[in-house]
Design a protein around this ligand. Sequence first.
Ligand code: PLP
Length: 394
Amino acid sequence: DKYLTKRVKSMQESQTMRISALANSMKADGADVVSLSAGEPDFPTPDFVNQAGIAAISAGFTRYTANSGILELKQAIAAKFRRDNGLEFPVNQIMVSNGGKQTLANTFLALCQEGDEVIVPAPYWVSFPEMVRLAGATPVTVETTIENNYKMTPELLLAAITPATKMLVLNSPSNPSGAVYSESEVRALMEVLEGREIFVLSDEMYDMIVYGGVRPFSPARVEAMKDWTIVSNGVSKTYAMTGWRIGYIAGPKWIIDACDKIQSQTTSNPNAIAQKAAVAALTGDQSIVEERRVEFEKRRDFMYRELNSIPGIEATLPEGAFYIFPSIRGVIGKTFGGRVMNDSADVAEYLLKEHFVATVPGDAFGAPENLRLSYAASLTSLQEAVNRIRKAFS
Ligand code: PLP
């Protein structure tokens, strides 16, 4: 351990690992565990996308490509930004990486270093603070409240800014809370940042999984912030392509060029076959996206209604993604199964060990009084999970 770098030592180990390792070993021992801990759609990759991958292999499209992705894919991404997000980016301001994760890591490495602060609203997706630390910078987490649907307000943002602030990370729709910032909320936040030389990294990974007529609004649409905003997205969630590893960013050319340079000296191009499959996903028939969105919305409605009917649990209505993130403040401090529930980790462990439901404790997302439940599972599984949770807290 003494030989390890400060860089890696400053990163925390994934706190979600313990619960998922436990769930897996219980399953291996034959336990009937309902797993609501998944971070990926339960649907398969659409067949026409798979076929495009197979065709790429058959055609011998199996060699290095341009480091930042093939032109055909960048054009498909530019068209997607125009179609779905109201954003115009020329292809030289777009770059493709190995999943959304690599686009984010490249961006942090390109823009953040020792002495820089990066504002990360909590609850946050687990990797944001760790990637900031990996880049040598300091994550500054800003706690949001259930009253505000776990969204950061302009007041909270303003209070977090210091002369060292380099960047704000916005993730809408949010993993884990499902919160979506409206156009006016995004504009109000951007007004705080205007003229301050602070970048916005907008993680829009769940932009197509939104409910109740809500549409996410990209900060890159705010004219004054366009030169300061980097948009990150990918095909992982929208097209159930988590294993293909294709993500992309768009932003100011000089930032994209820097990310290109980092990627060229680390991983080189993302998988050639997966790039072809991603072209098919983005340019093909989009009706499957809507079908699945409708299915997710039914599950969201079910989980919201059922969880809120359990005493001690209070959930906000997710407007996007496929997670619900209830506060379990009402059960913390109580005794269940002979053990005092001190925090969400205790609750998650109790639910798993005694009632065979796998959830993710909120600590991992900077919210120790919450639990994340993924509804990327069938309604039958969700019903079973809810029954078990209700019993667990009765
Ligand atoms: N951003 C958010 C908010 C996510 O939830 C995830 C995946 O869980 C990612 C990025 C990473 O996506 P990918 O699998 O494409 O690396």
